[in-house]
Design a protein around this ligand. Sequence first.
Ligand code: ZN
Length: 200
Amino acid sequence: MAHDHDHDHEHDDHDHDVEPDEDTQERAETEARRQLALAQIRQYGDPALRLAAHEVEDFDDDLRRLVERMIALMHDAQGVGLAATQVGVLRRLFVYEPDEEGPRALVNPVVAERGEETSSDEEGCLSLQGVRVPVDRSTRLVLEGKDEHGADVRVELDEYAARVVQHELDHLDGVLIIDRTDDEHRKEALSTLRPRAVLR
Ligand SMILES: [Zn+2]
């Protein structure tokens, strides 16, 4: 899932007489890292995004290396979640970081409880660049699964964090935000995505 960038450019007013070159260079480097990460994340049109992932069976070094790589990509791409299917690995795991508590991995996640209340908010996706659509999600969710070492994990999530993990869970079943939004927004999103899909 992608961050909201709407407020990125609001604080430029006082920067101009303080090392503007350094600031500009840093921004350029951050953007270059983001583009490099996005180039390693499967984009809309890639069949891997539409396939259901399989359970993880081996909690080995390969799995932990995959988690490390996914966390690095999520950071560089400035996302708040990344599913294994988005890097072409059809295994049931995702990484997420909805708050200041650091990145976490969830392996073989299942929904143990789901609150009845839902809310709608805009979501973006690292695999659907340039698209933001409203999606209805449960506001409270309990997930059970394993961490990357095979230890049992049970997490209770609400609001934004609940939204992020529902988005990532969908990826493990080949479901994208354009499947979850209304017809009007889907049509608009597809017109943004189609030219790019044809060029690949
Ligand atoms: Zn996504």
